[in-house]
Design a protein around this ligand. Structure first.
Ligand SMILES: Nc1nc2c(ncn2[C@@H]2O[C@H](COP(=O)(O)OP(=O)(O)OP(=O)(O)O)[C@@H](O)[C@H]2O)c(=O)[nH]1
Length: 687
């Protein structure tokens, strides 16, 4: 037996036994494609030299039949009798069939069991190994025939169901398509060749087989068809003759049919007879399959490596089989807390579903911007998994909840009718410049505006860390669902306590800010003077020129290089109100007061924005790294809990088992594939 075909058979065995679907590893195979009753099963029987396939009316082949012909060196002895040929089914591994009528019956029974009696079809293949001392090894897949009309109680869409199934086989790059057409039908109308051309436009993996050549007219047209000129397939066209209906009924031996076939071609088409017939077809198929296997080898090895990498990843994820639960528990808990801390530092990643904008919606938005069309304002987003770390998520919270949200608070929110407020709260004695009591009262109510958003920023940080706890627990101890639940609960309790402490500290800090308004703050004093200078016209113009400020706002916010003395002069002039009416002065006072309040508000806001991340780091992140592990051990490391919690879920142990099994299969496949690859190389070097 050719070692390539032997290896291919072994690969097929390895993958079939492991129930590896063709989707995962697309191994080279010959698939038989044709309309119903064109003679597909008959071709297979002639190649196998055995009548072992069911026959009848309607759709006989209702599920893919993977026929592995295995050439055996010796006959098999069963119950003292020696057999040339014997059959085994994958679904009935221990039974050996020597009677072909029983094989037919087994195929019918198993098909009925899978698809129902005379009903639909199924894509679940039936695997059959035909061992024989007389025929070369070859693997072929018989497929249901393409049809257009449902019969009996078959579903109305049986035609499209069959086409879908057939396509799933012929579309595969590694499939050789054996496209069967009946010789008594115009080849231009052959459905099999049409579909083959569609999925293999260059014809590089299609071989055409013309059955029922005995029913062809003996004329030039038939000779032209059989010579292959009218069909563009690279692997050739071969005519065959199978048993007709009568011969089927009379059970004419295949050997006789093969000799009838040989005579027929020699007599009717002598010029091409040596390229016609079942024997020639069989030898061609073997050659094609070997050539094809050599060609597909790199792709096959790649696929095997990819699958290995996938299963290696799964095995890494599910971890080793648990051994000592005591040791296991300590390891698991420290693994969890270590990874949590690493994730805070940005060195341990996990995956999180995040929204990304739908590109279609973006196009619409662009269109709206251009005023071209109305668009649905609902923003359509797509959730996709993205790799992240707890540190990155927390930083994001700081950015949005602290920096952004706090800067969104309007600094003049409560500063309405300032002129009236100043008037009503000032004492009888007019203040030198602005009344401190008014300033203090107003700024305190302004500072209250920070209470909610600051607390909210801590809440959001808490939520963000809780989420990281869940994700990392799932990744590191997900295979022990009970332990995972407990760890998450304890960690969350721990975080809630930290959150309470953090909020308490924050509230205290905000109180501290409100309890003393430091108008001596260096930043504040400087601005105060400059702001005052702004209102002292016309000298103010000079100041403005020096500072290059064009608007009052610019002026207020820049640090001008102005001599203290000039400022003092202006400031004194303004506050004494030498050249201002009392109304004018009140307006200016209110305006100045507003600017100062806003400025003080901004100074405190910057301090809070700076403070919140520090609070979060101290109360959550540092506490987690120093205390969470010991808290978990204290709560969970008891004898009863260890036995109860360090129990792997069924799902995980099944996953590990399946992947380790697959790894074995893939290693074996890799060995087989590299074995033929080495052979390939040797042949190339020596030639
Ligand atoms: N005269 C003649 N009849 C043939 C030949 N090949 C097949 N037949 C007949 O055509 C009919 C259908 O043959 P099958 O081999 O069952 O066809 P199939 O394509 O496998 O059919 P389905 O699996 O139902 O799609 C049978 O009655 C065969 O006897 C042939 O070369 N010559």
């Amino acid at each position: 037996m050719d070692r390539y075909l032997a290896t291919l058979n072994k690969l097929q065995d390895v993958f079939t036994a492991a129930k590896v679907s063709a989707k995962e590893i697309d191994i080279p195979q010959i698939v038989v494609l044709g309309s119903q009753s064109t003679g597909k099963s008959s071709v297979l029987e002639n190649i196998a030299k055995q009548n072992f396939l069911p026959r009848g009316m309607g759709i006989v082949t209702r599920r893919p039949l993977v026929l592995q012909i295995i050439q055996e060196p010796d006959k098999k002895v069963i119950n003292g009798k020696r057999y040339d040929t014997w059959v085994q089914f994958l679904h009935e591994k221990n039974k050996v069939f020597t009677n072909m009528v029983e094989v037919q019956k087994e195929i019918i029974d198993d098909t009925n069991k899978t698809c129902g009696v005379n009903k639909g079809i199924s894509d679940d293949p039936i695997h059959l190994k035909l061992h024989s001392t007389k025929i070369p090894s070859l693997t072929l897949v018989d497929l249901p025939g393409l049809t257009k009309i449902p019969v009996g109680d078959q579903p109305k869409d049986i035609d499209s169901q069959i086409e879908r199934l057939v396509r799933s086989y012929v579309e595969k790059e590694n499939s050789i398509i054996l496209a069967v057409s009946a010789g008594n039908v115009d080849i231009a109308n052959s459905d099999s060749l049409k579909l083959a051309r569609e999925v293999d436009p260059t014809g590089s993996r299609t071989i055409a087989v013309i059955t029922k050549c005995d029913l062809m007219e003996n004329n030039d047209e038939s000779a032209a068809v059989l010579s292959g000129v009218s069909v563009d397939v690279k692997l050739g066209l071969i005519g065959v003759i199978n048993r007709n209906n009568k011969q089927l009924e009379e059970n004419t031996p295949i050997e006789k049919i093969l000799s009838i076939e040989e005579d027929y071609f020699l007599r009717n088409f002598p010029g091409i007879a040596d390229r016609m017939g079942t024997e020639y077809l069989t030898s061609q198929l073997c050659d094609i399959l070997i050539r094809h296997l050599k060609k597909c080898l790199p792709m096959l090895t790649d696929k095997i490596s990819q699958q290995q990498a996938r299963h290696r990843e799964i095995l890494k994820e599910v971890g080793e089989e648990p051994t000592d639960p005591n040791h296991g528990m300590i390891m698991l808990l420290s693994n969890f807390t270590d990874n949590l801390c690493k994730s805070m530092d940005g060195t341990y990643t996990y995956s999180k579903m995040k929204p990304i904008p739908n590109p279609k919606v973006n196009t619409l938005k662009t269109a709206v911007r251009k005023g071209e069309q109305e668009a649905d304002q609902d923003v359509d987003v797509q959730m996709v998994p993205q790799t992240t770390t707890a540190g990155a998520e927390l930083f994001n919270v700081f950015e949005t909840e602290c920096t952004h949200n706090l800067s969104q608070i309007p600094p003049d929110k409560n500063l309405k009718n300032l002129k009236e407020v100043i008037k009503s709260t000032s004492g009888v004695q007019p203040a030198l410049f602005i009344p401190d009591t008014v300033f203090n009262t107003l700024i305190k109510s302004q500072l209250d505006l920070f209470d909610y958003p600051s607390e909210h920023a801590v809440t959001k940080s808490h939520q963000c860390i809780s989420e990281a706890v869940e994700m990392i627990a799932e990744r590191t101890i997900g295979r022990y669902p009970k332990l995972q639940r407990e760890v998450v609960n304890i960690s969350k309790d721990f975080l809630s306590k930290q959150s309470r402490d953090a909020k308490e500290f924050l509230a205290e800090y905000l109180e501290v800010e409100k309890s003393y308004i430091n108008t001596n703050h260096p930043d504040f004093i400087e601005r105060y003077k400059v702001a005052a200078a702004l209102f002292a016209e016309p000298e103010g113009d000079e100041v403005k020129q020096k500072t290059k400020a064009t608007t009052a706002a610019d002026f207020f916010y820049i640090e001008p290089e102005i001599k203290e003395s000039a400022l003092d002069k202006l400031f004194t002039k303004y506050t004494r109100g030498e050249d201002a009416s009392s109304e004018d002065r009140a307006n200016k006072e209110a305006e100045l007061m507003e600017k100062l309040l806003i400025h003080y508000f901004c100074i405190v806001r910057a301090q809070i924005v700076d403070m919140i991340p520090k609070i979060v780091m101290k109360y959550f992140v540092r506490k987690l790294s120093t205390q969470l592990n010991s808290t978990l051990i204290k709560e969970l490391y008891t004898e009863e809990k260890i036995t109860e919690l360090v129990q792997e879920s069924d799902r995980v142990s099944k996953k590990r088992k399946a992947s380790s099994h697959m790894m074995k299969v893939l290693l074996e496949a890799e060995k087989l594939a590299s074995g033929i690859a080495m052979g390939n190389k040797r042949i190339k070097t020596s030639s």
